[in-house]
Write a protein that binds this ligand. Structure first.
Ligand SMILES: *Cc1c(COP(=O)(O)O)cnc(C)c1O
Length: 427
């Protein structure tokens, strides 16, 4: 299995190179060259397979140069927490992706990327430095994913005063190989500094980044959709469900679409956005018009130019009609999000985070039949939203409570490149 660029101007590469480089030399995102079918040996005992078995079967379809025992170990380490399903009612089931260390689905991709990268570095006897600019959630997932991973140093650049206390604590309290840099400037400055470092040939370290378009973060996300529909069967749901994904950059939705293309029993896909509705608008009008993002309650989905959409367009040959055969899309407002948190709490006693609430609202409005809804974060990460919706909060889960008590370890730097360069040289 090789990976090719959506621009088709670069040669096909194996998983290792796609992982190491992130983007193809022609600037395009990497996509799988083909979609092999899930083996019948897995589908025949689908409901009985464990998360790790499903994980190894999916991973080996795409990753040919890691021996199977190593791949199994990577899957076990990356998916070291459960991914349970929970019933909301007769038709809707949540796929709980938020039981990892930072309580959001991004843990899965970050941890798998860290483990696979470490595998190659070990064999090649190399050290790698990863730079990430973050506006919040990606940084904490990457920090935890790479914490104590051999051969890797991580520098996380975040905008001072622009992220929540909780987000800051989650990425500044680890220490070890994780270095948090608090930048005196907005997120755009962080991103600029990272880009400058990556293109500066004079730095002695080998540098790369770990942003969300890396195929090493996407492949493991396919695993939990295959696992989810298998578990749904074991719960007695016979028809292939609609899979509903609260979406921002559309990586998570792309993974669900890939799962269907591997032959997992998925009916349709539904992409639920907040008012950053570039994709729903495209489905309605055929026009794709990226624009600056707007702030909402589901802020990890505040994306005005969803980068993974290039992968979906590529898969469907640029045809909206073909895309519509598999996918629907719709937008959900902040008011509807709050109303859904209240509604679901009243009906099922379940507290939703604002991102998952977007998915549940969209499912109730637009899906007939059964749905598997990706629950992308734990509500404990968004206490202000819970308070606004329900008039009360709940004690934070242990992982968050613990992060809040640890001392912050970060280095404050001005938003200029010389400051970053000095740290990379001496740190
Ligand atoms: C990142 C994120 C999303 C959006 O996922 P994409 O893959 O960018 O579409 C949804 N919910 C939560 C909680 C997130 O952190």
């Amino acid at each position: 299995m090789n990976f090719i660029s959506v621009h088709r101007q670069s040669p096909a590469v194996g998983f290792r190179d796609a992982l190491m480089h992130g983007l193809a030399p022609d600037g395009g995102l990497f996509v799988p060259e083909s979609f092999p079918r899930l083996p019948s040996s897995l589908l025949d005992r689908f409901e009985l397979a464990s998360l790790h078995e499903v994980g190894a079967e999916v991973a080996r379809l795409f990753i040919k140069d890691i021996p199977l025992p190593d791949l199994r170990r990577i899957v076990e380490r990356a998916l070291s927490f459960p991914i349970p399903l929970s019933k909301l009612d007769d038709r809707f089931v949540l796929l709980e992706l938020f039981h990892g260390p930072t309580l959001a689905f991004k843990d899965v991709g970050a941890r798998f990327m860290a483990e696979t990268l470490s595998h190659y570095l070990e064999r090649e006897r190399r050290e790698l430095t990863i730079l990430v600019a973050t506006s919040g959630d990606t940084g904490s997932a990457v920090a935890h994913g790479f914490f104590n991973v051999p051969h890797v140093e991580v520098f996380i650049l975040y905008p001072s005063g622009k992220i929540s206390k909780l987000q800051e604590q989650q990425m500044t309290t680890l220490g070890g190989n994780i270095h948090a840099l608090e930048v005196d400037g907005p997120f755009d400055d962080c991103q600029r500094l990272v880009k400058q470092a990556l293109s500066d040939g004079t730095i002695e370290r080998e540098l790369t980044t770990a942003n969300s378009i890396n195929i090493g973060r996407l492949i493991p996300q396919i695993i939990y959709y295959v696992w989810g529909v298998a578990q749904l069967r074991s719960m007695g749901v016979a028809e292939p469900p609609t899979v509903v994904v609260p979406s921002g950059n559309f990586g998570n939705l792309t993974a669900a679409v890939y799962a269907k293309h591997l032959g997992a029993p998925i009916g349709r896909l539904f992409a639920a956005t907040n008012k950053n509705d570039v994709v729903p608008e495209y489905f309605e009008t055929g026009r794709f018009s990226p624009r600056p993002s707007l702030q909402t309650l589901s802020n990890a989905m505040d994306v005005g130019n969803p980068s993974n959409f290039a992968r979906l367009l590529d898969l469907y040959g640029g045809s909206l009609d073909r895309m519509r055969e598999d996918i629907d899309a719709g937008r959900v407002s902040d008011e509807e999000t709050l109303a859904e948190i209240r509604n679901t709490f009243g009906q099922a006693g379940v507290v939703l985070d604002p991102h998952t609430a977007v998915g549940v609202f969209a499912a109730r409005k637009r899906v007939s039949g059964s749905a598997l809804i990706a629950a992308t974060a734990h509500y404990g990460k968004f206490p202000e939203v819970t308070l606004r919706a329900l008039g009360k909060t709940f004690p934070p889960p242990p992982a968050l409570a613990e992060a809040l008590t640890k001392p912050k370890q970060s280095v404050r730097i001005p938003a200029n490149y010389e400051a970053l360069k000095r740290i990379l040289r001496d740190g």
